[in-house]
Structure formats: structure tokens, C-alpha cells
Write a protein that binds this ligand. Structure first.
Ligand SMILES: [Zn+2]
Length: 220
């Protein structure tokens, strides 16, 4: 197989699709999953403030462009999604969202590389170590010099504009996501809870999110 032939369309695509916010549509492909066959599109952009490249995946089922589609903006969680950690509910939330989209036959997941609410995997492990000593999830982040939540969701907003979506039904418990989308010109016609059944290990984490970060959660 001549690899140069297969590289050419992506390089051309890369050049043509760089638009608003330096957003680049790197590649589009199909991804069969246990929930259905999604279109998978990789996006990148250069963050002019940090000098770093930001990446996100768009998982799209059906044709969500002619309605207000279901949308989940999900942040990477290696410990939860790959290792099956019960310290958080990330894996359950992602599966809940993909399942709801599959049931409806269309919708979007924007999956961002923002491990540990944006602090990165190694810092997240250090935060876990501090939580083992009794700090909550916010206190641990702050003890390491980070904000409680380092994400701004502007990449997700840019992707939605890029694909022509300006109205969504948002699957989230996070008021910051709601605010970021609204400020970014995306109308939220419905806010849908995205609550997976919590494990006992995740309860303190969820309770802190509810009490200190204002997340819309039913946990007591
Ligand atoms: Zn997680």
C-alpha cells in the first residue's frame, strides 16, 4: 500500500478546513461502537494564549444538523473510562450519553482531552493522592495551584459553529458548560440530566461537585 496516496486527501483537507479560531478538521472516519456506528471527526486548534495544540473528537450519529440535537460535551478520563475507576462517574456518563443518542438515532458527543477537569493526567494523580489524605476534589486541585475547574469549553463551542449547530439539547449537570455554550452563541433548548448511578467510592466527589461547584445532581 502506498502511504503517500492515503496521506494526500488528509493534507489537502487540513489546509482547506482551517477556519475560525484556527480550527482544523484533521480527519473524518467511521467508528462502529457498542452503541451504533458513529461518524468520528478529529479537530485541532492552536491556542494562541498557551501556545499548545488542543484536540477534540466529534462523535456524530445520524444527521443532527436539522434540529436541536442531543449533545454531550465530555472530558477525557483515562482512570474512569479505560481502567474502570469508581472514583468518578465519567465512564457511566459517557455510556449514558452515547446510549441516549443511539436510542434517538442522532446526536453529538464532543470528547475533549481535558483529563482531571483540565489539569492533566499526572496532576490528576497527584490530586488523587491529596484526596487520599482527606482533601476534597476542589481543595486538592487548589493545593496543587490549579483552579477547581480549568476548562473553558471554547473548543466545543468552536466545533459546534464549524459544523453549523446553533441549537442543542444539552446532556450535562454542569452549569459552567451551560454558561459557556450560551455565551458562545449556542441556544440550549433543553437541559437534560446526565447522572449515572454513583458508586459509593464516587459519592464524596459528586457531593463536592454539587455543594461547591453547583452541579445539578440528585445525590444527597
Ligand atoms: Zn473521571
Amino acid at each position: 500500500m502506498n502511504s503517500k496516496v492515503s496521506e494526500r486527501p488528509e493534507k489537502r483537507n487540513h489546509r482547506l478546513r482551517a477556519g475560525q479560531d484556527n480550527l482544523v478538521r484533521v480527519a473524518s472516519t467511521r467508528l462502529p461502537t457498542m452503541f451504533g456506528v458513529f461518524d468520528l471527526i478529529g479537530f485541532e486548534r492552536a491556542n494562541v494564549d498557551t501556545g499548545k495544540t488542543e484536540s477534540a473528537l466529534l462523535l456524530m450519529l445520524g444527521d443532527p444538523t436539522n434540529q436541536a440535537p442531543l449533545l454531550r460535551i465530555h472530558s477525557q478520563c483515562l482512570t474512569g473510562e479505560v481502567l474502570g475507576s469508581l472514583r468518578c462517574d465519567c465512564r457511566g456518563q459517557l455510556e449514558l450519553a452515547m446510549s441516549a443518542i443511539a436510542d434517538e438515532g442522532s446526536g453529538l458527543v464532543i470528547y475533549e482531552y481535558q483529563e482531571g477537569r483540565g489539569i492533566g493526567l499526572m496532576a490528576k494523580l497527584r490530586a488523587y493522592a491529596l484526596q487520599d489524605q482527606g482533601l476534597d476534589t476542589i481543595e486538592a486541585n487548589e493545593a496543587l495551584g490549579f483552579d477547581a475547574d480549568c476548562r473553558d469549553f471554547s473548543l466545543a463551542v468552536a466545533i459546534l459553529h464549524e459544523i453549523g449547530i446553533d441549537r442543542v439539547r444539552l446532556m450535562s449537570n454542569n452549569p459552567k458548560k451551560h454558561e459557556a455554550l450560551t455565551k458562545g452563541g449556542i441556544e440550549i433548548v433543553e437541559q437534560i440530566a446526565c447522572e449515572a448511578p454513583p458508586s459509593p467510592y464516587a459519592l464524596p466527589y459528586l457531593q463536592t461537585k454539587k455543594k461547591k461547584m453547583g452541579h445539578w445532581l440528585t445525590v444527597a
